[in-house]
Design a protein around this ligand. Structure first.
Ligand code: FFO
Ligand code: GTP
Ligand code: K
Length: 422
């Protein structure tokens, strides 16, 4: 096993923490620092190599298996900046370590039983979190998702034990309650999979961020509204109808939920080919949106919304004519606080997992869907042998979910999506 290293802190700070992991770690660090401090004790050491002084750094060692990766680990807190990092990295390479691949520390931690795949994915999501709700969900998933999966696997283990008993003993020896209990167990577990799957879209939306689209006639005030929500001049505002052609978007934080708001071309029949293309794109965007802001100026009609997408009808330019219904003036700020609150409420609702296990990644959802399908199939076969086969397939899908049986390519795909130093 090679010894790897990478900075685990971001650029530009006063200190850069460099992590080494692998069997050669302590030999390399000793060569660099002269001596090793007591395990897990931060100690100041001069770093140097063949008479070249490199830095005065803080050094901590974590002997295996009590480390992040389960291997021998050292963390060196260097002075920040690219020159120090470059010089130390160069020397580490001559001493036999190599730069870590993205996700390689976590992959080793997974291999050594320090975290399952769900925890590794949740940790990557926690690092990537940009808003409060994303942070809270990822942190909860880091412990909660694995715990839920552990319970599911235990329930399935008991179901399979009952199933084995049914196969091993002739029918007449076992009371009918055994099979009834078995089926009830399968139904209960299948329904738990269904509950988790029904909360999954909300979790996925929170992980990815929501898409809100502003839709309305030309000159309705869409661009002015987007700019007011963004707090900066993103889209061009003019009194010429048909100003916005391409969709223009901005990412905002609505009550802790990341929302991408898109301003679109004003909807109308037009001879102008470029504007017509803009209208086509506006409709396509609207069809894919999580939520629509349908806007209309005083006295004008609201656009029609594609079916099944939640929306809010909003009168613009409320400073000119007091609106009946909900109105705002992006120009004076009238109603804008209320609008923000309404949008934040919609965002919260769309991302509410209602306490269910938050499956936030397609990989996780696919595993749970496979589990649900196998359990459901098990309920619909009479033959105990065939039922046993479906249960085994459910068990394998759950094992894939936590990474106990990990196809190499799946692990590659998961960990290569991590950042360097993770
Ligand atoms: N300096 C530093 N800060 C960090 C990390 C890190 O790797 N280094 N982390 C990286 O993500 C997070 C903390 N996660 C960690 C998880 C496990 C272990 C660890 O050493 N585990 C050992 C010992 C546990 C103990 O002290 O009780 C073990 O599991 O045996 C360290 C950090 C956030 N902060
Ligand atoms: N009085 C008043 N005028 C507004 C308000 N919002 C927008 N306007 C004006 O309405 C005109 C059109 O505004 P835009 O934001 O460009 O409208 P749009 O819907 O994006 O227009 P298109 O790009 O043509 O689709 C501009 O002259 C704006 O200054 C408002 O709240 N009050
Ligand atoms: K306009």
């Amino acid at each position: 096993m090679s010894t790897i290293f990478a900075p685990i802190t971001g650029r530009g700070g006063a200190v850069t923490v460099l992590r080494l992991s692998g069997p050669g770690t302590f030999g390399i660090v000793q060569a660099l620092a002269g001596s090793l401090p007591a395990p897990r004790r931060a100690s100041l050491r001069p770093l140097g190599h063949e008479g070249r002084r490199l830095d005065e750094a803080l050094l901590v060692t974590f002997p295996a298996p009590h480390s992040f990766t389960g291997e021998d680990v050292a963390e060196i807190s260097l002075h920040g900046g690219r020159a120090v990092l470059a010089a130390v990295s160069e020397v580490l390479a001559t001493l036999g370590a190599r730069p870590a691949e993205p996700g390689e520390f976590s992959r080793r931690a997974h291999q050594n039983g320090k975290m399952d795949l769900l925890q590794a994915e949740a940790m990557a999501d926690l690092i990537a979190a940009e808003t409060e709700a994303q942070r809270a969900m990822a942190l909860e998933s880091m412990t909660g998702l694995s715990a839920a999966c552990l319970i599911w696997r235990e329930e399935l283990r008991q179901i399979m034990a009952r199933q084995e008993a049914l196969i091993d003993f002739p029918d007449e020896d076992l009371p009918p309650e055994v099979e009834a209990a078995l089926l009830a167990g399968i139904i209960a577990l299948r329904d738990e999979m269904r509950a988790a799957l029904s909360a999954a879209p909300a979790a996925e939306r929170l992980r990815e961020g929501l898409e809100f689209v502003i839709l309305g006639a030309p000159n309705a005030g869409k661009s002015t509204l987007l700019n007011a929500l963004a707090g900066e001049e993103i889209a061009i505002v003019s009194d010429i109808p048909g100003t916005t052609r391409d969709a223009v978007g901005v990412r905002v934080d609505l009550g802790g939920v990341p929302v991408h708001i898109t301003d679109t071309a004003g909807l109308r029949e037009t001879e102008d080919v470029i504007e017509a293309e803009g209208v086509k794109r506006a409709k396509a965007r609207a069809a894919r949106a999580d939520f629509l802001l349908l806007v209309a100026a005083p006295g004008e009609a609201f656009p029609e919304a594609p079916k099944g997408i939640p929306c809010l009808r909003l009168r613009t330019k409320a400073d000119l004519t007091p609106a009946e219904g909900f109105g705002v003036s992006a120009r004076t700020g009238l109603g804008m606080a209320e609008l923000r609150a309404k949008l934040a409420e919609a965002a919260a609702e769309l991302t509410d997992t209602k306490g269910a296990a938050a499956l936030a990644r397609p990989r996780q959802i696919a595993c749970v869907r496979d589990t649900e399908a196998a359990l459901d199939a098990a309920l619909h076969v009479e033959d105990p042998e065939l039922r046993g086969e479906e249960l085994r397939s459910a068990s394998q899908a759950l094992a894939r979910l936590v990474g106990i049986i990990g196809v190499e390519e799946i692990l590659d795909a998961v960990f290569s999506g991590f950042c360097i130093g993770k």
